[in-house]
Design a protein around this ligand. Structure first.
Ligand code: UDP
Ligand code: MG
Length: 337
């Protein structure tokens, strides 16, 4: 393996490519996805774009359908080419990605992560390799259009990117988790042991050699989306609270504004008292009472969110636990690494 090659020496390298595919109840698509990915690997090998030692890793994120059975049978059939990592339960998409990336670290020159439903266009992986050879450490897949998403999903996505920009988080619009990373990026990732993962923001902090390839996102091959509303909101929230402290600063600014405002009111009340104009001011008492009370509760809630994150982070709990690993005929039972 040509681990950690400097960008300058890469133009003629034939890299070992590892493709990481997180799967949660994906029995409906797995056979066809594996077929397409294996065909693509053969083509890339035939044109010397990737090494014959390249392989696929399916990460079973605690599925309760036949996903793991399919992965093990594929692994037995395509020994070495198809591998499987089974997590002990459902840890979520981002954790499954990290589990796969940890597994391939040290075993490949480049890793590509892609969803099991192949909504992302696998033919651009070749362009990703070309960009790697040109010296890019990270290559992001960016979808050009989102016409396969519902209007609501598109609209919320746009608003979310806007909000993240305002909050100072560096994100590439319309890039999700289809990306290529070099071996050295996998090593850098190891040094980000945070529990609340939002890889698309984290990846932007690792290196400035970031390339982009664009593609047209298709609809799901089969099956249903595994990202329910709860998972989506939780990912979005993690993105904000793990990468931006702007909400905390906003609270401080708000507090400062209210403080100035209350001084003005106090002066006004004092002058009124001196001049003897003290009217029974019900409104001026009740309105600030409720509004400031509400604001304090809201602010406390935001502060609480961050404290909650710290609470979880300081425990250093593992982000995932591996139940077993399948490498062809070889099956290893695992506990936590
Ligand atoms: N996924 C996962 N764990 C989860 C949810 C999803 O590993 O808890 C995987 C899923 O199998 C798929 C990828 O994450 O490979 C993206 O999910 P999906 O395609 O359902 O999301 P969408 O494209 O609808 O946003
Ligand atoms: Mg999908």
């Amino acid at each position: 393996m040509s681990n950690n090659l400097q960008p300058g020496n890469r133009s003629s390298i034939i890299p070992i490519l590892a493709i990481v595919i997180p799967c949660y109840n994906e029995e409906a698509v797995l056979h066809i996805s594996a077929r397409r990915l294996l065909d693509m690997l053969s083509q890339l090998q035939a044109s010397n774009m990737c090494s014959p030692h390249s392989f696929l890793v399916f990460v079973d994120d605690g599925s309760d359908d036949s996903t793991w059975d399919i992965i093990t049978s594929l692994s037995e059939k395509h020994s070495g080419k198809v591998r499987g990592v089974r997590l002990t339960r459902n840890f979520g998409h981002q954790a499954a990605l990290i589990a796969g990336l940890e597994y391939v670290r040290g075993k490949c020159d480049i890793a590509v992560t892609i969803d099991a439903d192949l909504q992302d266009d696998i033919s651009v992986i070749e362009q990703m390799i070309i960009k790697y050879r040109e010296g890019d450490e990270i290559v992001l897949g960016v979808r050009t259009m989102r016409e396969n998403d519902s209007f609501l999903k598109r609209w919320t996505a746009i608003q979310y990117y806007r909000l993240m920009k305002l909050l100072g988080v560096n994100l590439i619009i319309n890039h999700a988790d289809f990306r290529m990373m070099s071996a050295r990026i996998l090593e850098y990732l190891e040094r980000f042991p945070e529990y609340h993962l939002f890889l698309r923001a984290m990846i932007m902090m690792l290196h400035n050699r970031i390339g982009i390839v664009t593609y047209h996102r298709a609809s799901r091959l089969a099956g249903e989306t595994k990202y329910n509303l709860r998972k989506m909101v939780s990912l979005g929230w993690d993105g904000i609270t793990s990468f931006s402290v702007v909400p905390l600063r906003l609270i401080m600014c708000l507090g400062a504004i209210i403080f100035v405002f209350s001084i003005i009111i106090a002066i006004h009340a004092l002058i009124a008292k001196i001049n003897g104009h003290v009217v029974p001011g019900w409104t001026s008492v009740v309105v600030p009472l409720y509004s400031i009370g509400g604001l304090i509760m809201f602010s406390l809630g935001i502060v609480g969110e961050y404290i909650g994150k710290i609470f979880i982070e300081v425990k250093h709990r593992p982000r995932f636990l591996v139940d077993s690993i399948m490498e062809g005929k070889r099956k290893q039972e695992k506990d936590a690494r």
